[in-house]
Design a protein around this ligand. Structure first.
Ligand code: TYD
Length: 379
C-alpha cells in the first residue's frame, strides 16, 4: 500500500511512519509536511534514506499538490494539524487554516478520487467531563479554539460521509507521550525545565486530569483503523490512564532527583478543561485493539534523566529551522532564539546512540507511569 501521511515530521506522525517502516514490509510512505514549528526533520533522520520513504514539503491546504500526491497513493492519514492549545488561545487563525481548511482539502480530494482517509482527531472535542466518560456517540463540547477546529473537521467529515459516501474514518486519541514530543507540551517541558533547575509552571491547582497514552499505542490503533476500520465511523483511542498534572510533574521530579519546589503554580489557562475521558471499548471489540502494556523499570537513575533531557534538547534544536520557538513557553532555554546546544552533539547522538536514547525514554516514562499505582505497565 502506498500511503500519504500528512504532518509526518511532527511528534505523532513521525512515530507512525517509523513504526510502519520498522514493523511492516508492505507500505510505501509519502510524507507531506509544511515544516511549520512543530515539524522536525531530525525526527525521521533514521529512515530518511529508506527506499520506501519519500518526503515532500508542502501544505495540506495546497489543493493542486494534494491532488497530485493523493492520485499516487492508496490512502491518506491526516496527522497535520496545529495542536498546541496555548497557541490557539493566543491566535486561532493558523488552527482554522490547517485543522479545518487543510482537512477539508484532503477530504474533498480523497472523496473525488475514492480513496480512504483517516482523520486524526482528539478527545478534546468532547470538552471537560467532570465524572463521565465519552463514547463515540457523546456530544461535542470543545473549550479551546484548537478543540473547536478539530470538532469542525469531524463535523465536515461526517457531512462528507453522509452526502458523498466518503471513505473517512475518524480516530480520537487521548494525550500522547513518548519520543520526539515537541518541547512545549507538559511532559517534555517539565523535563527540560527541571534539568536546568528552572521553575515548572503548573496551570491553576494542577488537578486537571488527562488520560496519557504511549504514542506507539496510538499509532498502532490508527494503523488498525486505516486497515480494518469501518468507513464513516469514529473510534476513541484511550488508555484508561487518567492522571492529574501535579502527579505527573511531581513524579518526573522524583525520577530526576529534583526538588518539588521547582513547581510553580501559575495563572490558569483560560477555558482550561478539568478532565478528558474516553471509553475505547468500541475499538477494543470491533478492531481488537488494546492498549500496550509496558514493564516496570527502575527509573530513578540520574543518568537516564540526563540522557532523556539531552534527547529533548536535541529534538528541540531543529524543531523550527530558522524560526524562533516561543520563549514564553521555554523561558531561559533559548539564547537569542537559538538553543544552547551544538549541532555536533545531535549528530553524535543521532548516529551512534539514538536508539539507546529512545530506549531510555521508554524506560523512564514507562517507569513513571507504572509506579504509584498509576498503572501497571508491562511490555
Ligand atoms: P498540554 O501538554 O499542553 O496538552 P493538552 O492541553 O492538549 O492536554 O497540557 C497537558 C496538561 O498540562 C493541561 O491540563 C495543561 C497543563 N499544563 C500545565 O499545567 N503547565 C504547562 O506548562 C503546560 C504546557 C501544560
Amino acid at each position: 500500500m502506498r500511503l500519504l501521511v500528512t504532518g509526518g515530521l511532527g511528534f505523532i506522525g513521525s512515530n507512525f511512519i517509523i513504526k510502519i517502516l520498522k514493523e511492516t514490509n508492505d507500505f510505501e510512505i509519502v510524507n507531506v509536511d509544511a515544516e511549520l514549528f512543530g515539524s522536525n526533520q531530525q525526527n525521521l533522520e533514521g529512515i530518511k534514506d529508506s527506499d520506501r520513504y519519500e518526503f515532500v514539503k508542502g501544505n495540506i491546504t495546497n489543493k493542486n499538490l494534494m491532488t497530485e500526491l493523493i492520485s499516487k497513493c492508496d490512502s491518506v492519514v491526516n496527522f497535520a494539524a496545529e495542536s498546541f492549545v496555548d497557541r490557539s488561545i493566543n491566535d486561532a487563525n493558523p488552527f482554522l487554516v490547517s485543522n479545518i481548511r487543510g482537512a477539508f482539502t484532503l477530504m474533498d480530494i480523497t472523496t473525488k478520487q475514492k480513496k480512504r482517509m483517516v482523520q486524526i482527531s482528539t478527545d478534546e472535542v468532547f470538552g471537560s467531563l467532570e465524572s463521565t466518560t465519552a463514547t463515540e456517540e457523546s456530544k461535542f463540547n470543545p473549550s479551546s479554539p484548537y478543540a473547536a477546529t478539530k470538532a469542525a473537521a469531524e463535523l465536515l467529515a461526517n457531512s462528507y460521509t453522509k452526502t458523498y459516501d466518503s471513505d473517512i474514518i475518524i480516530t480520537r486519541s487521548t494525550n500522547n507521550y513518548g519520543p520526539r514530543q515537541f518541547a512545549e507540551k507538559l511532559i517534555p517541558k517539565t523535563i527540560i525545565l527541571a534539568i536546568q533547575n528552572k521553575k515548572i509552571p503548573i496551570y491553576g491547582n494542577g488537578k486537571n486530569i488527562r488520560d496519557w497514552i504511549y504514542v506507539d499505542d496510538h499509532c498502532e490503533a490508527a494503523l488498525l483503523c486505516l486497515l480494518k476500520g469501518k468507513s464513516g465511523l469514529s473510534y476513541n483511542i484511550s488508555s484508561n490512564n487518567e492522571i492529574d498534572n501535579l502527579t505527573i510533574v511531581t513524579k518526573i521530579l522524583e525520577i530526576m532527583n529534583k526538588p518539588n519546589d521547582l513547581i510553580e503554580f501559575v495563572e490558569d489557562r483560560p477555558g482550561h478543561d478539568l478532565r478528558y475521558s474516553m471509553d475505547s471499548s468500541k475499538i477494543n471489540k470491533e478492531l481488537e485493539w488494546k492498549v500496550g502494556t509496558y514493564e516496570h523499570h527502575d527509573c530513578s537513575s540520574h543518568f537516564k534523566s540526563i540522557l532523556l533531557g539531552e534527547m529533548y534538547y536535541n529534538s528541540l534544536k531543529d524543531s523550527a529551522p530558522g524560526k524562533k520557538i516561543s520563549e514564553k513557553y521555554i523561558d531561559g532555554f533559548m539564547q537569542n532564539g537559538e538553543l544552547k546546544i551544538t549541532n555536533k552533539k545531535w549528530v553524535e547522538y543521532n548516529t551512534t546512540t539514538n536508539n539507546n536514547l529512545i530506549r531510555y525514554w521508554e524506560e523512564l516514562f514507562t517507569g513513571f507511569l507504572s509506579t504509584k499505582n498509576l498503572k501497571v505497565i508491562t511490555k
